[in-house]
Design a protein around this ligand. Structure first.
Ligand SMILES: Cc1ncc(COP(=O)(O)O)c(C=O)c1O
Length: 477
């Protein structure tokens, strides 16, 4: 094992077996030994001497941050203990022009909305590319971004998501050149790409391709505890102090040391064995994508197909998009069968596909189990597929009020049928993948209304609406 300053400091503290006269109240699990919490509590410490301070890092956290920055090729890196969400919030809060205009894709994660409310951002949405078969947004294009930058001279930052939830990456190099030419910053939500810098066969990291700042949701793809994430600043980024103030403003003064230590350990593991682990996963992915593709009735997407729209530059090989194209069941049923009959839980399902998220820690028997289960299901459900409802994304929204103004406005609840022509006061995001179809402050046009009606009928899991069955919706007074 290499240097892991935070983990080492915690371990030393625990070994010294001190009488803990400080927070947290579980005092390391003593006195509650019979409870499962005691096992979790031992490493759960606070900013005592030797364990540094996330808000004024000088020793263990400072050293670990430098190592983190080195590992990711950043000028500076910050530990996040509230997921990629907190990094996205901090970046939006760090911007400073009076226009507050930011270019962002409509398929941005819902955490962008929170960031816009906090920061008073004025969003300008980039159209998304839709895959015609999958009905999902895969990437945004540099040409669209260039056009929007030319039409809006006062955009302070372009904030894109790459990779998408489905593992498809934008052409960050071209987007970065377009942003630079317009004197705008390029910020990237790379929540699902924390593993990219550690193997050349995986997509290039956004930082490498010219992004000014990047957020990685490390817990999504690396061996990091839930909520562990990081925020990196690019080598030429000149507003580090503003980002740090926003980060410090938004971050708890009681960060979870187990989360910090897990990031520290994962970074060390990735330096030591990340390439080998990712290599073996890459080979397994190539082999099993081919095997799944060969199952009659199933289609497993490959990189060329996902790139056919032109805006997708690279693809994460560990995200498997599988369509039951020639089966009598849809994606929801396929996911349910995998769960109920084969004890396999996939990351997401839609009427058209399932998304299986593989990790570098899945071994051959895991891939084999998925393959055999799919083969078995395909053998049992041959025949004509039921007609599925089309999953079209809604057209670009009409923003009537800034997200922040809408958030603080008075609202009332109406029946969905009465909402056409009114301004939404709540978020509606089918989840996964968490792409909002409506944000507070946006007009419920007839097209949006039809989409809401589709969501209600299809019983997709929704995040945001007060009434999850969507019979009622909140609108601005
Ligand atoms: C693309 C994307 N960005 C940001 C987030 C937020 O990440 P976290 O849950 O770590 O806060 C998610 C979560 O799923 C995501 O998919």
């Amino acid at each position: 094992m290499g240097a892991t300053p935070i983990y080492a400091a915690i371990k030393q503290y625990c070994e010294e077996n001190k009488l803990r006269l400080h927070m947290p109240g579980h005092i390391g699990g003593r006195g509650i030994k019979s409870q499962p919490i005691s096992a979790l509590a031992a490493f759960d410490l606070t900013e005592v001497t030797g364990l540094d301070d996330l808000h004024l890092p000088q020793t263990a956290i400072k050293e670990a941050s430098l190592l983190l920055a080195q590992a990711f090729g950043a000028r500076e890196s910050f530990f996040l203990v509230n997921g990629a969400t907190s990094g996205i919030h901090a970046l939006l809060m760090s911007l400073q022009t009076s226009s507050g205009k930011v270019l962002l894709p409509r398929n941005a994660h819902r955490s962008f909305y929170g960031g816009m409310v906090l920061a008073g951002t004025s969003p300008v949405y980039i159209p998304c590319q839709l895959d015609p078969d999958l009905g999902i947004a895969l990437a945004v294009g540099s040409q669209d971004i260039g056009d929007l930058l030319a039409a809006n001279y006062d955009i302070e930052a372009v904030f894109v998501t790459s990779p998408s939830f489905y593992g498809t990456c934008c052409d960050i190099g071209s987007i970065s050149r377009a942003a630079q030419a317009a004197n705008s910053l390029l910020l990237v939500d790379e929540a699902h790409g924390g593993h990219f810098p550690f193997h050349p066969a995986y997509p290039q990291s956004a930082l490498h391709d010219g992004a000014d700042a990047v957020v990685n949701g490390l817990h999504k793809t690396l061996p990091v505890l839930n909520q562990g994430a990081c925020l990196h600043l690019g080598k030429g980024f000149g507003q580090g102090a503003r980002v740090f103030s926003a980060y410090s403003l938004l971050t708890t003064t009681s960060p979870s040391y187990p989360i910090l230590a897990s990031i520290d350990l994962a970074r060390d593991l990735m330096i030591e064995s990340g390439e080998a682990l990712l290599d073996s996963a890459w080979h397994l992915s190539r082999e099993y994508r081919g095997k799944i593709q060969a199952i009659k009735g199933l289609h497993c997407y490959n990189e060329q197909e996902l790139r056919r729209l032109g805006e997708v530059k690279e693809v994460d090989p560990l995200k498997l998009l599988i369509i039951p194209k020639g089966l009598s069941i849809d994606g929801f049923e396929l996911a349910r069968l995998l769960r109920d009959s084969y004890h396999i839980e996939v990351e997401a399902a839609d009427s058209r596909f399932i998304l299986a998220m593989m990790s570098m820690f899945h071994e051959r028997p895991d891939w084999e189990k998925l393959y055999r289960s799919l083969e078995d299901i395909a053998g049992r459900y041959t025949g004509l597929r039921k007609e599925s409802i089309k999953t079209e994304l809604p057209p670009l929204p009409q923003v009537e009020l800034l997200p922040r103004d809408a958030f603080f406005a008075s609202c009332r609840t109406v029946r969905l049928e009465e909402s056409k022509g009114l301004i939404a006061a709540e978020l509606v995001a089918p989840y996964p993948p968490g792409i909002p179809c409506l944000l507070p402050g946006e007009l419920i046009s007839s097209e949006i209304f039809s989409y809401l009606d589709y969501l209600r009928k299809s019983k997709v899991r929704l995040q945001g609406p007060h009434d999850p069955s969507l019979n009622y919706i909140k609108v601005i007074e």
